[in-house]
Design a protein around this ligand. Structure first.
Ligand code: MRU
Length: 353
């Protein structure tokens, strides 16, 4: 069960992108033809989810060389990368993917515009393909944590359209039927932008995975009633010590999970682990428009002029994280060591393969 957020349209030389802000009522595909249009799509959450915005930004750099006759083309590609890097600050996959695109530019100093564009396209496709392969592995490793018949609680949306098709936290759920396993989920609606109710519930229903929607404040009650066996979420950035930045509300879930003796799992590809960020305290937390809180989906729901604080993410300390599922296996504390080992094993696989 694969649900990708975008397609590279080779005939038109553009990206066709599923507008996630219109889900679940409408499935609208937008033609994205310029890096500026891609930046707008990322900023407005038309494409969202850490791995998906990395892939989208990579294709955004390719679009910089779609038209015009640039000689040399390199500054144009680098300017696009710079602009795309300014769209959202927290998910590290964005910067990771753009660094890969910049490296392609640096490695081809003599390339003409068509040559550079072809190389950038190849890299964007590789980033997408690798993320898709990682997602499948996350699903398989994630399944090893759950017994048949278990129910998990998840937050925000970490499924197909947040990645290149298989998801991170949702990957084991989306693959569960294919593997003959019955898993079901409680889905936090995820205030203020409702990624849980709009997208997670939609994807799980499409995949035939039993899903029950709750509001965020119901999670503790649901745990106390014994309705869930574990919590699993994705991540926007994981620091070198295992601290996890994810959608606002994740930290509260981790505290609740500990209080109820439930395992708290994080599922993310290595591209989400930022070893240059020592701890969660060093992660920049995006603050978004107060109107997302006061005027959710167009209707005023708070008094005019009320003070609002709207951080989009929070940080869960590593001590509350039972395990981190990656494409190199399930990592356990102490995370400094298990994360380093996972990167070592990825490097070895790359050099051997
Ligand atoms: O603001 P969003 O919708 O981009 O936030 C997304 C999340 O917090 C996801 O849980 C995270 O990126 C993991 S996606 C595989």
């Amino acid at each position: 069960m694969m649900i990708p957020p975008l397609h590279w349209n080779d005939d038109a030389g553009r990206v066709d992108l599923l507008d996630q802000t219109r889900l679940p009522v409408e499935e609208v595909w937008l033609p994205i033809e310029t890096p500026q249009a891609m930046a707008e799509a990322i900023r407005m959450l038309r494409v969202r989810g850490a791995p998906a915005i990395g892939v989208a930004a990579a294709y955004g750099v390719v679009l910089a060389l779609r038209d015009g006759a640039y000689d040399p083309p390199h500054p144009v590609a680098l300017e696009a990368a710079e602009m795309l890097a300014g769209t959202r600050p927290t998910a590290v996959n964005l910067f990771w993917a753009l660094d890969r695109m910049r490296a392609v530019v640096a490695d081809a100093p003599k390339a003409s515009q068509p040559e550079l564009r072809a190389r950038l396209l190849e890299e964007a496709r590789a980033i997408e393909r690798e993320d898709r392969e990682a997602g499948r592995k996350l699903g398989v490793y994630g399944l090893s944590l759950f017994e048949d018949g278990m129910t998990v609680l998840t937050h925000c949306h970490a499924g197909g359209v947040a990645t290149s098709g298989y998801g991170t936290a949702l990957a084991p759920l989306l693959l569960s039927r294919e593997h003959g396993r019955r898993l079901s989920a409680y889905v936090d609606e995820t205030r203020p932008l409702l990624q849980g109710s709009r997208i997670t519930a939609w994807e799980l229903m499409r995949a035939g995975v039993p899903a029950t929607l709750i509001t965020d404040g119901m999670a503790g009650h649901v745990m106390r009633e014994g309705r869930v066996d574990a919590v699993i979420v994705g991540a926007d950035r994981i620091a070198a010590n295992g601290d996890v930045a994810n959608k606002i509300g994740t930290y509260a879930l981790a505290v609740l999970a500990e209080a109820h003796g439930l395992p708290f799992y994080v599922s993310a590809p290595l591209s989400t682990i930022d070893r240059r960020t020592p701890t969660g305290a060093d992660i920049v937390i995006e603050e978004r428009d107060p109107r997302e809180v006061t005027h959710g989906f167009g209707r005023q729901t708070a008094p005019t002029g009320v003070a609002v604080y709207n951080p989009a993410f929070d940080v869960t300390p590593a001590r509350l994280v039972t395990a981190i599922v990656t494409e190199r296996g399930v990592l356990r504390p102490p995370y400094e060591e298990s994360i380093s080992a996972a990167f070592r094993s990825a490097r070895t696989a790359l050099s051997e393969g």
